[in-house]
Design a protein around this ligand. Sequence first.
Ligand SMILES: NC(=O)CC[C@H](N)C(=O)O
Length: 242
Amino acid sequence: MTSSSSPAPPPPPGVVVGVLAVQGDVREHIATIESLGGRAVPVRRASELAGVDGLIIPGGESTTMDKLTRTFGLADPVRERIAGGMPVYGSCAGMIMLSDVLADPSADRLGNPQQTLGGLDMVVRRNAFGRQRESFEADLAFGGLATTGDARGTDPVRAVFIRAPWVEKVGDGVEVLAQVPAAETPQPGPTPDGDGAGADLEPVARIVAVRSGNLLATSFHPEITGERRVHELFIRMIRGEA
Ligand SMILES: NC(=O)CC[C@H](N)C(=O)O
């Protein structure tokens, strides 16, 4: 059984976790890190980035996040830190921001495609599960949580998907941590605006959590369900323990 609210947070991590705070559900990530005894700070400018040991990119709207990170002069500094090995966890829109390639980038009024920060060698499709099921929940087997030493490491993760992306393709170095099984993959309906990639296709399992080196990404939002093990894994990644 999932027991996401049960006790047993790890000892205070002694690390500072930044949460990219240009847009999205920043507070929930800060609260989750703090509930684990960690220190979390919002990051709105490059000078604030310098003081963090790891970064969370929250859920929200990736097109807005893209524009704002560039406007605030944060995009290149974050890219540099990623290249330098800083651990980063991206949730939902954050996963989109960490993807090297988007299957369906949005474009601005001038036709310039949306950009990502990149780092994860994968192709991500935005809003992939389609309008018919903008939001759904599933219990997922999630690899890698046992390394947290948490007794609940192999219990399923209750995952909440909100206009979520899926990972369409991963490069060799990218480990798949969780998939929505075919039987539970919502069948998107026809979408006049192009949202929803899977209409008319047989349901197949969809990749929704990945890790490559110090980069971790989930299509779903553990920070809104009380599930703390993904953040716990991330803290251990920052500490070099996972
Ligand atoms: N909950 C989310 O973060 C949704 C992501 C959003 N659909 C995007 O493209 O950025």
